[in-house]
Design a protein around this ligand. Structure first.
Ligand code: UDP
Length: 256
């Protein structure tokens, strides 16, 4: 059987995903940092696609990103069904240590914004002890009141971050990025969900074998069944039904 060609970008439910391997993502981010090209990044998994289906504002925020990457097994399966193969699972949690390693080599500046008070700082402490050359330009929790926003933006601007990670969960972080990234002056701004909780050691990550077999969602579900049952047990099926519907509609259109 001839190998399926892998497109440079694929579209799933009106969301255009940049279809790069992890190494290429790192190279592209590095180039953006060096040339100081303002770059807004999001990661989209099956749950994000479901949120976008009922929240047009979030869909628009995703569509306005420079790069959106395919995160997780659900999006990969959707790509197969839609005959648009996803090249790699590019999620923020796996990208983060590699990005830090690269930033450390060049003494780049990182700002962490989001999660409960103390969590971003704890994640930052982990970064500093693991990647000593990197500069932690600042951290802030993700629960600041609206009237403190101008001060926060000024604080990030003065920190002169090469990379700003915004970990407030979807769709809040994508809204924040589209509304405020320019005011921060940071070159690369990425929405990273619960990433700081992992690296602060608050939430364990799935073992490698589960991640490699597409079962990270199951691990997360077992960790937090009450909060995540709806998202995964119902959400994954809703997502697949939506994609199968798109596939069937595509076939019908293709025949007419
Ligand atoms: N969060 C935040 N501000 C808010 C609401 C949430 O900083 O107003 C943080 C929350 O503490 C957590 C992250 O956003 O660290 C969202 O985590 P979630 O597991 O929902 O994100 P996922 O990784 O599933 O996208």
């Amino acid at each position: 059987m001839a190998p399926q060609s892998v497109p440079a970008a694929i579209t799933i439910r009106k969301i255009r995903l940049t279809n790069l391997a992890m190494d290429d993502v790192l190279n592209a981010l590095h180039a953006a940092i060096v040339k100081r090209v303002a770059t807004r990044v999001a990661f989209v998994n099956a749950d994000c696609v479901n949120i976008a289906a009922r929240n047009p504002g979030y869909l628009a925020d995703l569509q306005a990103m420079d790069w959106v990457f395919a995160d997780g097994i659900g999006v990969k399966l959707a790509g197969q069904l839609l005959q648009q193969p996803v090249r790699a699972n590019v999620n923020g949690t796996d990208l983060f240590p590699r990005l830090c390693e690269e930033m450390a080599r060049e003494g780049r500046r990182l700002f962490l914004l989001g999660a409960a008070p103390g969590v971003a700082q704890a994640a930052g402490d982990w970064v500093l002890s693991t990647y000593p050359g990197l500069v932690l330009a600042g951290t802030h929790h993700g629960y600041g009141p609206a009237d403190e926003l101008p001060t926060l933006l000024e604080c990030i601007r003065l920190a002169q971050a090469d990379v700003l990670l915004v970990g407030m969960g979807a769709p809040r972080q994508e809204r924040w990025i589209q509304a405020h990234a320019a005011a921060t002056g940071a070159t690369v701004v990425m929405g990273v969900g619960g990433l700081f909780d992992y690296y602060a050691g608050n939430i364990p990550r799935a073992p490698l074998w589960m991640r490699h077999s597409g079962l990270e969602w199951l691990f997360r579900l077992l960790q937090e069944p009450r909060r995540l049952a709806r998202r995964y047990l119902i959400g994954n099926w809703v997502f697949m039904m939506r994609v199968i519907g798109d596939r069937l509609r595509g076939n019908i259109r293709g025949k007419s």
